[in-house]
Design a protein around this ligand. Sequence first.
Ligand code: H2U
Ligand code: ZN
Length: 349
Amino acid sequence: MTVPFDPAEHPHRRRNPLTGEWVLVSPHRMRRPWQGQTEAAPSHSLPEYDPSCYLCPGNERAGGQVNPAYPHTFVFDNDFAALRNDTPDGTLQKNRLFQSQAETGVCRVVCFSPRHDLTLARMDLPDIRRVVNLWSEQVEELSRDEQIGYVQLFENRGAMMGSSNPHPHGQVWATRRIPTEPAKEHRVQRAYFECEGAPLLIDYLIAELTAEERVVIENEDWVALVPFWAVWPFETILLPRLHRQHLPELSPAERNSLADLLKRLLTRYDNLFETSFPYSMGWHGRPASAGDHAHWQLHAHFYPPLLRSATIRKFMVGYEMLATPQRDLTPEQAAQRLRMQSETHYLDR
Ligand code: H2U
Ligand code: ZN
């Protein structure tokens, strides 16, 4: 007698409709033992001000500039920018096999708070709301430049994700061309919109709210869920309920509710393994260039690497690098674990 297929038990693959790529899900593998690398648990006792931190107010940065005594947020041009505005135009196309283009742009660092010891999860709602405004202003301001085609906001949090400094901060990279990941989403969302007459992520959110099993938290304007196609163990996507192409379109009420949702989601992440949860997060929204972008729906991705504990992470190596991403825990199980977490931060209990 053959047993019926059970996605919580049997290996299967799932398609990411936002990129067209597949992920292999192998739920039965969660039982395997682990004798590999564990990471050092990050220390929790950071000072409010660190005289050696290049992001703390009043301190000198590597390039010799001195940070102002900023009371809330602070933005500066990255002293080691990956892109510059003054790069001369240049295209190298010797033949199909050797193509390159000069790329121009702007790289900035955004400090979320003057407090060295805080994270977004532990900041007050009005201060998180200031970060939301700052993100939106950066998109608005940089998009006005005709040389900018796309503005990417992101945050690398925690040494495990390669963040150089625990001081709460993110980055902005604005480029002339649309980079690889948003370019994939741009193509796929446009194709879906042309076929279905509605934005892909609006339809997707309606389907997820009906299914319920992958939703983590929601409020009046926002929903955080583990996507059906999640690759990282506790990956989430954050979606507005209404059609919003990019951050500058958010109403004051939607900005407040976004601050609320961010704090609740990040507190649940920290509580999951009682650690300051590492992740890479970023916003995807419409390109800066003029044109019809009705197919775009704003969203944020959170990609955290932790798998089993504060010290055991998921590695994207081997089969993932050479074939296709693979996960053990199902997205439904991950959502369930995040739903069980308290919204009181473990450090405040
Ligand atoms: P992380 O998000 O990886 O921590 O990056 C912090 C950025 O800060 C990094 O891109 C910049 C680095 O170039 N930086 C400065 O602009 N000035 C400094 O004095 C040190 C670091
Ligand atoms: Zn600092």
